[in-house]
Write a protein that binds this ligand. Structure first.
Ligand code: ATP
Length: 215
């Protein structure tokens, strides 16, 4: 979508968070919101929010704030929230099963539609998601028009599977393995390293405890 191409990546990353919070406001019957209130709820600062929203056109009015419905309609278009996005999960180990169980319930439009593994779990249905054998990967991905995949396999298998996914038409990979997989231009990889995230937090707590706690 052209609109998305013009939005900076950092702004685009915040979009789903705005979207989720605004959905919550709409459900609660709130019709407008100020950037200060949004800042408090999302923990982004108000200036960032105003700048982000300026990319979406003149949606805010001084002294009035933002119209929740108008923002939601706009974000839905940008995020393509109106269509259901089917995601594949590769590797139904501990982490894979946790994600199957989680299945992104807070989002109304994304779901893991198919999972794949090489072991005895194939043929079963876990958390409502069918587990296929790896030999069916390409066929299922094409049939279900899946273009996003989550990788929760051992890292030794990550690159081979990535190559197969790309070949089958996948355009986005959420990579939970520690391996930095190679992909051609036009394919995006989002690396999620939980150990690294926790380690970063531990480091900050140990080194900057007095700053973060404000003591
Ligand atoms: P984790 O918590 O990381 O999921 P685990 O100990 O449960 O770890 P791993 O050995 O990391 O399991 O494997 C994750 C899953 O990936 C397992 O279910 C395994 O059968 C599957 N797997 C391993 N190799 C492949 C492969 N080449 N293709 C598809 N699935 C694979």
């Amino acid at each position: 979508m052209n609109e998305q191409a013009q939005i900076p990546r950092a702004t685009a990353k915040r979009l789903p968070i705005y979207y989720r919070y605004l959905t919550f406001l709409e459900d609660a019957g709130t019709s407008r919101i100020s950037s200060a209130e949004l800042a408090e709820a999302t923990k982004f600062d108000a200036a960032t929010i105003r700048r982000d929203f300026s990319y979406f056109g003149a949606l805010g009015k001084r002294g009035y704030g933002y119209d929740v419905k108008a923002l939601l309609a706009f974000f839905a278009k940008v995020l393509d929230q109106n269509s259901l996005i089917n995601v594949a999960l590769i590797g139904v180990g501990n982490l894979g099963q946790a994600l199957l169980n989680f299945n992104f319930h807070q989002s109304s439009n994304m779901r893991i539609a198919a999972a794949f593994d090489i072991n005895e779990k194939q043929g079963r249905i876990l958390s409502g998601v069918p587990i296929y054998d790896m030999s069916e990967l390409e066929e299922q991905i094409k049939a279900q028009r899946i273009n996003i995949a989550i990788l929760t396999v051992p890292q030794e298998a990550a690159q081979d599977i990535t190559d197969r996914l790309v070949e089958a038409g996948v355009k986005g990979i959420m990579n939970f393995t520690p391996l930095r997989v190679s992909v051609p231009d036009g394919v995006r990889v989002q690396n999620v390293d939980l150990t690294n995230e926790l380690q970063t937090l531990v480091y900050f707590i140990q080194n900057y405890a007095s700053i973060t706690t404000g003591k």
